[in-house]
Design a protein around this ligand. Structure first.
Ligand SMILES: CC(=O)SCCNC(=O)CCNC(=O)[C@H](O)C(C)(C)COP(=O)(O)OP(=O)(O)OC[C@H]1O[C@@H](n2cnc3c(N)ncnc32)[C@H](O)[C@@H]1OP(=O)(O)O
Ligand SMILES: CC(C)C(=O)C(=O)O
Ligand SMILES: [Mg+2]
Length: 538
């Protein structure tokens, strides 16, 4: 049988990516994954180019056994793997689940630190070593691809760690994994453990040295990369940095870091297809119900966003000033520029240029002063706000067309049709409309649509608690489509239905401003001699 790992390792500088999203990543979830969900993720991981997929812990339950079996059956290029304690029944379950694949890996482990051996396993070190050796030998009956892990290696006595690694390799382990199970070590220390093993274990060249770092102190990526510099050639990691407690080393972070800094790390590379990272991250976030934090490196919503003027100016002149990787390279659409009161004139000018207003057709300083007033009031300014500002140059003129006066809703279970009555002030007039809907919010939105006469498509409606417990306010964010453009609205209220109504009206006010701007533009187009915009006059 050809061992793909041996093939990769024979390529100088190849670092294997062992993904454990479906095993260690799953250990962080409040709700375990179904076999179908695991299979879906496994196929995406294979497409991403990972080398080994740890699909689960087959002895754990019939469901996980089946998940590992299904995944082993479907993978074509990635090696399927299952986890087993250093006991025969766990290894047998792994072997049985995986044997449907032509090539597979059994991963067996036992803790080696004093705290774990004495307090948890309650065994002597000699007993632990005997169990490890027996487990590796037993696993070798099923496959010639056996990985052995010294759980809590980061806190294990160095002499005992060297002894265990040597014994496991002698017993037949082809990969030896060094986990920093509780994320305790710092990079120089963890790198030191790897270089010690490389120097002191006589048969270390007979196995791939792997690392598995947890993020309890936020060191998982740094520790893994330092280990690679010291000679480790497999990194165990999870998509979006999922994993027990604070997570495992994040796959996208090490893949991007090795892509960018591989030369600095000893001329190393991985087989990860970087342009598949965005979609894999999104899929895992969705399936695990674990949204990616905005500030998460590489895949967070803010990873390629700029909202401060000095950075925006730099990025507009040359993206490399503040972007070390391009979002496109990772499969994202592009970077994001937020216009806020921290933005500068370059950002405002560039947005207007993109909207079709050439520099010189307006007074930038005057517009910027108005922009700052608006940004201080609203927090974020959208391109359509800027366009409205440009035409009106006064918030008073561009002020909200619709203001909520009051609303009432009748709703209930069973036969009751949710019905809403909404009263809105439109300039000097007050209008009232009533409508039914699928639910109370739908009824309100139908009534509001009638009385504003703006036919939009609701794209997103997100409601969340702002604060904690019973005192929390409801925050509603909506986006609507009008005239092939997206408009946003948001509102906060102690009544979620009021927040929903206000957020929708907020978006419709933006639409109405856009309509006025479009009408003014059309009027300008009818007067070809009038080259400059009204607002340009000092
Ligand atoms: C660092 C890690 O991430 S390790 C992986 C952690 N993942 C999981 O635990 C998820 C899957 N686990 C399970 O489904 C269950 O815990 C099982 C099936 C493995 C075991 O279930 P149970 O038999 O009910 O035991 P339980 O989980 O309560 O306790 C673990 C037992 O395994 C022993 N054990 C722990 N690790 C190992 C090991 N590597 N090798 C041998 N025995 C071990 C413990 O000492 C304890 O033994 P004891 O019952 O003699 O005290
Ligand atoms: C089972 C092992 C590899 C593990 O997850 C750890 O030690 O963190
Ligand atoms: Mg772990």
């Amino acid at each position: 049988m050809t061992d793909p790992d041996v093939r990769h390792v024979s390529q100088p500088g190849r670092v294997l990516i062992f993904d454990t999203t479906l095993r260690d990543g799953e250990q962080a979830l409040s709700r375990s994954l179904s076999a179908e969900q695991k299979l879906h993720i496994a196929l995406a991981l294979e497409n991403l180019g990972v080398d080994v997929i740890e699909a689960g812990f087959p002895i754990s339950s019939d469901g996980d056994f089946e998940a590992v079996r299904m995944i082993a059956q479907r993978l074509k290029t990635a090696t399927p793997c299952g986890l087993a304690r250093a006991v025969a029944k766990d290894i047998d379950a792994c072997g049985e689940a995986l044997r449907v694949a032509d090539h597979f890996r059994i991963h067996t482990f036992i803790a080696t630190s004093a705290i774990h051996t004495k307090e948890k396993l309650r065994k002597s070190y000699d007993e632990i070593e005997a169990m490890a050796v027996a487990a590796v030998k037993h696993a070798r009956r099923y496959t010639d691809d056996v990985e052995f892990s010294c759980e809590d290696a980061g806190r294990t006595d160095p002499d005992q760690l060297c002894r265990m690694v040597e014994a496991a390799i002698r017993a037949g382990a082809t990969t030896v994994n060094i986990p920093d199970t509780v994320g305790y070590t710092v990079p120089t220390e963890f790198g030191g453990i790897i270089s010690m093993l490389m120097n002191r274990v006589p048969n270390i060249d007979k196995a791939v040295l792997s690392v598995h770092c947890h993020n309890d102190l936020g060191m998982a990526t740094a520790n893994s990369l330092t280990a690679v510099e010291m000679g480790a050639r497999q990194i165990e990691c999870c998509v979006n940095g999922l994993g027990e407690r604070a997570g495992n080393c994040s796959l996208e972070e090490v893949a991007a870091a090795i892509h960018l800094r591989g030369a600095r790390l000893g001329d190393v590379h991985t087989g990860i297809k970087l342009n598949q990272i965005a979609r894999t991250s999104a899929l895992v976030a969705k399936m695990t119900n674990e949204p990616v934090p905005n500030h998460k490196a590489i895949v967070g919503g803010n990873a390629f966003a700029h909202s401060s003027g000095i950075h925006q100016d730099g990025v507009l002149k040359n993206r490399s000033t503040y972007e070390i990787l391009t979002p496109e390279m990772l499969g994202f659409d592009g970077n994001v520029m937020h216009m806020t009161a921290r933005s500068g004139r370059h950002m405002v000018k560039s947005t207007l240029t993109a909207l079709g207003y050439p520099e010189g057709s307006y007074n930038l300083d005057q517009l910027y002063a108005k922009f700052l007033q608006l940004a201080d009031r609203k927090g974020q300014v959208h391109d359509y706000d800027l366009e409205a500002l440009l035409f009106s140059m006064s918030l008073e003129q561009a002020d909200d067309a619709f203001t909520l006066e009051r609303f009432s809703v009748m709703t209930g279970s069973g036969e009751v049709d949710p019905t809403a009555t909404v009263v809105v002030r439109c300039g000097s007039r007050t209008r009232t409309e009533a409508s039914t809907g699928n639910g109370p919010v739908d009824a309100i939105y139908n009534a509001v649509t009638r009385l504003t006469n703006l036919k939009t498509k609701l794209l997103t409606y997100v409601i969340e608690a702002n604060g904690e417990g019973m005192d929390a306010l409801g925050r509603v964010n909506v986006s609507v489509l009008y005239d092939e453009r997206k408009f946003y609205g948001s509102a906060v209220s102690d009544d979620v239905l009021e927040a929903s109504t206000l957020a929708f009206l907020n978006a419709l006010n933006a639409v109405e401003r856009h309509r006025r701007v479009a009408a003014a533009k059309a009027e300008k187009a009818d007067k070809p001699n009038d080259q400059k915009l009204q607002v340009d006059t000092p």
